[in-house]
Design a protein around this ligand. Structure first.
Ligand SMILES: CC(=O)SCCNC(=O)CCNC(=O)[C@H](O)C(C)(C)COP(=O)(O)OP(=O)(O)OC[C@H]1O[C@@H](n2cnc3c(N)ncnc32)[C@H](O)[C@@H]1OP(=O)(O)O
Length: 409
């Protein structure tokens, strides 16, 4: 069965949101749905119709996202939902097909998403492109190495998050280009991040902020909540839940971490999402005290492989012919010569014998700079025709710092 697909207009928002609520088993607070509506780019929504019923939906946030050595327009795919009554009939597949064509037509060469389940998106050409760690750090045992940076000019300011939104936004804008995966935030994103409704608190108190600053201005901030508790012996056992910690320089970064780790009446810090190469790991004198759980983060799809590959920077010179496999976007499925050095890159169609055959998912996985090509080769998932060429492509594509978006969309 086919279901006609088109964008919705604002009057159809309740039905669109209704599909999301059913598919995600989500009972939102009215302020959440209103906020979500205000963020929605209606011309980038898609709905699949079964008669008058919306059977499935998706939409896109238009981002500027950092990729290795550049910032690109990237389609941030979100709100993917199919009504429980219509699941497993190909609704998502037809939405994805249409969405990829729309993204291409708009001139975006890369799409990215956070997956609710890691099994869904490979079939549409998305590869696991970034990872995250969630940290559990006990206060005792959190001492820093002796040469941790310190700047006597820095001080901590305690503030209500809503009062310092502009200062945090400015600071964030100044660091967004430093790490692949980070994306420029719109004002509505900040409104959502700083919203402090009762239902968001999960037993913890209100959202709190501390800023690190000197006479020249703000150099970093941390956003968190604290769940107060005392154990049976009356010993303080509070938990600090860190949402975000951003800093412009290492001294501000170290001071902000000390501020959250040393907070009175707190015995541990939980940081839900941090980059895998978080400098905190280097700062801890006893890194074994850091308990970390790994998770996949961004999934990336090269929509126009050649444009995307030519748009990013490379860590080493490389010259390879890649045969790309891509059922969903057949314009990518051919042989490409990628030539790159530290000054630039080119990706041209060729008929030459390929050095390797890669599914488009493998290129999406490697695109943001995670070293996943070698992992896939060693797992036996890639076909290398000229020995050593996957390693040289993997070396050229890997990047430091490692990719991390840091905020779900
Ligand atoms: C970026 C985001 O928004 S992530 C959010 C994704 N949405 C959710 O998790 C909400 C709950 N789930 C849903 O709404 C739906 O189950 C969806 C959107 C995940 C899938 O929609 P459907 O219309 O059922 O998918 P569709 O019928 O097109 O399935 C295509 C293929 O994917 C497979 N598939 C679909 N969902 C899943 C899943 N969750 N896990 C594993 N395989 C899946 C199907 O089995 C099918 O496989 P096949 O091609 O081998 O037959």
């Amino acid at each position: 069965m086919t279901y006609p697909i088109r964008p919705i207009d604002e009057s159809e928002w309740p039905a669109f949101a209704g599909v999301l609520q059913e598919a995600f088993n989500w009972t939102p607070h009215p302020t959440q749905t209103e906020r979500f509506k205000s963020e929605t780019e209606f011309d980038r929504t898609l709905a699949a119709f079964d008669g008058d019923v919306i059977a499935g939906v998706t939409s896109i946030f238009s981002f500027t996202m950092t990729v290795p050595g550049a910032q690109l327009p990237v389609a941030g795919v979100t709100s993917v939902s199919v009504l429980p009554s219509h699941r497993r009939r190909g609704v998502l597949t037809s939405l994805m097909r249409r969405q990829l064509a729309d993204i291409r037509e708009r001139g975006e060469s890369v799409a990215a998403l956070y997956a609710s389940e890691a099994t869904i998106y490979r079939r549409y050409g998305y590869g696991r492109a970034a990872s995250e760690l969630s940290f559990h750090i006990r206060r005792h045992g959190s001492a820093f190495v002796r040469n941790a940076p310190q700047d006597p000019a820095l001080r901590i300011r305690v503030a209500k998050p809503a009062d310092v939104s502009d200062e945090m936004q400015q600071l964030f804008a100044s660091v967004v280009s430093r790490r692949p995966g980070r994306y420029e935030r719109r004002p509505q994103t900040w409104t959502g991040l700083l919203a402090d409704e009762e239902f968001d608190q999960r037993g913890a108190g209100s959202l709190r902020a501390v800023l690190a600053e000197d006479d020249g201005g703000v150099r970093g901030y941390a956003l968190f909540r604290v769940k107060s508790a005392w154990d049976d012996n009356g010993v303080p056992d509070g938990e600090l839940r860190l949402f975000e910690l951003e800093a412009a320089d290492p001294a501000a970064y170290a001071l902000l971490w000390r501020s959250v780790l040393d907070r009175d009446l707190v015995s541990r810090v939980e940081a839900g999402t941090r980059p895998v190469d978080d400098p905190l790991i280097a700062l801890l004198a006893d890194p074994r005290q850091l308990r970390a759980r790994w998770g996949d983060e961004l999934w990336v799809r090269l929509v126009e492989a050649d444009v995307a590959l030519a748009a990013r920077a490379y860590s080493a010179a490389v010259d390879v012919v890649i045969e790309v496999e891509d059922d969903m976007c057949p314009w990518n499925a051919r042989r490409w010569r990628l030539t790159a050095d530290l000054t630039g890159a080119e990706c041209k169609p060729v008929e030459d014998e390929p050095d390797m055959t890669l599914p488009i998912t493998a290129l999406g996985s490697a695109y943001m700079g995670d070293g996943l090509l070698m992992e896939s080769l060693e797992a036996g998932l890639l076909r290398e025709h000229s020995p050593g060429t996957v390693r040289s492509l993997a070396t050229a594509m890997s990047w430091s710092p490692k990719p991390w978006a840091g905020l779900t969309f």
